[in-house]
Design a protein around this ligand. Structure first.
Ligand code: HAM
Length: 434
């Protein structure tokens, strides 16, 4: 067995190698286009923030704060957390930069790495990237529908089909305390059927029980009272209005009465978007797997909770690595990865020097080309050109140098032509256009 190298990447973190980069680039290009169209401005916030920002914002009794935060004590004694999500940092930036004075709504988006000390598994990493959209200063459910629509459009643009949108309302400060009581009254007599974490959650944060993935807790959840039956009038009207907007834009949504999300700041609307794929397992048996690609919701109290004014807000975030994994599995990018169509082969010292100049000329002419400057044998270079499946190889030898010419070889037929060096760009353009 090969010896493992002494240094390895930290558990749950990965290298994004050159062959994976086109997926990330495609995703970020698509996001930039959508954001520009819908009038979102890009914001970048620090990768670390005061850890209290998340304790207050994300919530003291959430898994993120309880179990998953990477905290650092600086030499100066500050306690910082590596950002586990974007939302509290963006709210902090909204308050700190006086964005309340801008015309409302303020629409912001961002993408980049986040850190959660998770139990690593497929689609769950300790460092991962998200694409995040947030809107501040708009109460209407039209914005809730628009955020859902934006994420749906983003995934559709990346060629995803079979998307499932789940929505729910988790009320507000008016109706939630009452629902919590109703839920606790249901859970308490059943606590022996719950996992240890959920038994504790009944006291600390009963809504979290609805979010638990343990099978026995799911069984208890299946009969639990539903939030939708206990919403106050204003939350009910908001939710009804959201569903009307979603119907209007023909988005295929489902109502999941137990969707609560794992973060504390949500009010009213919560949503998730899943991609469904059918995987064939042994003996022709098919199972449907679901991957949660997007999560979000309204958070009308967070701006004030983090020191600002009463500003309603709504947003969501998509997991980039999960999207990349599915794009690869479904072959969504294959044909779009740009491959160079020309290879430059050189023979000897002088041609090698000339090659550097020629490469720069071709770059300026936007002709994508590859080479193997470290190799000297023509046979090895042609073999490499073959492997790369280029259409043409330019061959620059000693004799061509003297004549100021270059050979153009058409790779599929082996046909060769000699052209003047100062005409090579023009000749390639002509041939590649065909
Ligand atoms: P979240 O549900 O924690 O929400 O994360 C959103 C998405 O990020 C998930 O649906 C998933 O695709 C991806 N994700 C989360 N954790 C991991 C992980 N460990 N590894 C890989 N992917 C992961 C939020 O973060 C909220 N800030 C969303 C939001 C924005 N709500 C309002 N505005």
């Amino acid at each position: 067995m090969a010896k493992r190298p002494k240094f390895q990447r930290p558990t749950g973190m990965k290298d994004i190698l050159p062959e994976e980069q086109p997926y990330f680039e495609k995703i970020y290009r698509t996001v930039d286009d959508i954001a520009r169209f819908y009038g979102f401005g890009k914001i970048d916030t620090p990768m670390v923030e005061d850890s209290e920002l998340y304790e207050r914002g994300t919530g003291q009794s959430t898994d993120i704060v309880e179990k998953q935060m990477y905290t650092i004590k600086t030499k100066g004694g500050d306690v910082l957390a590596m950002r586990p999500e974007f939302t509290p940092g963006i709210v902090r930036a909204f308050n700190e930069n006086g964005m309340l004075n801008l015309p409302q709504p303020v629409k912001l988006y961002t993408y980049g790495p986040l850190f959660r000390y998770e139990h690593p598994q497929a689609g769950r990493f300790r460092q991962f990237n998200q694409v995040d959209f947030e809107v501040f200063g708009e109460e209407s459910a039209a914005i809730d529908a628009q955020i859902i629509q934006i994420f749906y459009a983003f995934l559709r643009d990346l060629k995803f089909s079979h998307l499932i949108i789940e929505v729910n309302s988790i009320g507000d400060a008016q109706c939630r305390p009452y629902y919590k009581k109703v839920l606790v009254n249901y859970l308490r007599p059943r606590q022996n059927s719950l996992c240890a974490d959920c038994r504790r959650r009944i006291r600390e944060n009963p809504l979290r029980v609805l979010d638990c993935k343990e099978e026995k807790c799911q069984r208890v959840k299946a009969q639990a009272p539903q939030f939708l039956d206990h919403l106050c009038d204003s939350c009910k009207t908001h939710f009804k209005s959201l569903l009307e907007f979603l119907d209007e834009i023909d988005l295929p949504y489902h109502l999941d009465p137990y969707l609560v999300r794992g973060l504390d700041y949500y009010t009213k609307t919560v949503f998730e978007i899943f991609s469904e794929s059918t995987v064939e397992q042994k003996e022709g048996e098919e199972t449907v797997t679901r991957s949660a690609l997007v999560g979000g919701g309204r958070y009308d109290n967070l701006v004030r909770l983090l020191g600002g004014k009463d500003v309603p807000a709504m947003g969501g975030a998509a997991g980039v690595e999960r999207i990349v994994a599915l794009m690869k599995e479904k072959g969504f990018l294959g044909a779009e990865i740009p491959v160079p169509k020309v290879f430059l082969a050189q023979l000897g010292d002088l041609p090698k020097k000339k090659s550097l100049k020629l490469l720069e000329e071709l770059r300026r002419a936007k002709i994508s080309i590859t080479e193997s400057l470290g190799r000297d044998s023509l046979r090895t270079q042609l073999a490499r050109a073959d492997k790369l499946e280029v259409e043409y190889t330019l061959i620059l030898g000693q004799r061509e140098m003297l004549d100021e010419t270059i050979v153009i070889r058409k790779m599929d037929t082996g046909e060769q032509a000699i052209v003047k060096m100062d005409k090579v760009v023009e000749e390639l353009r002509k041939r590649l256009k065909k």
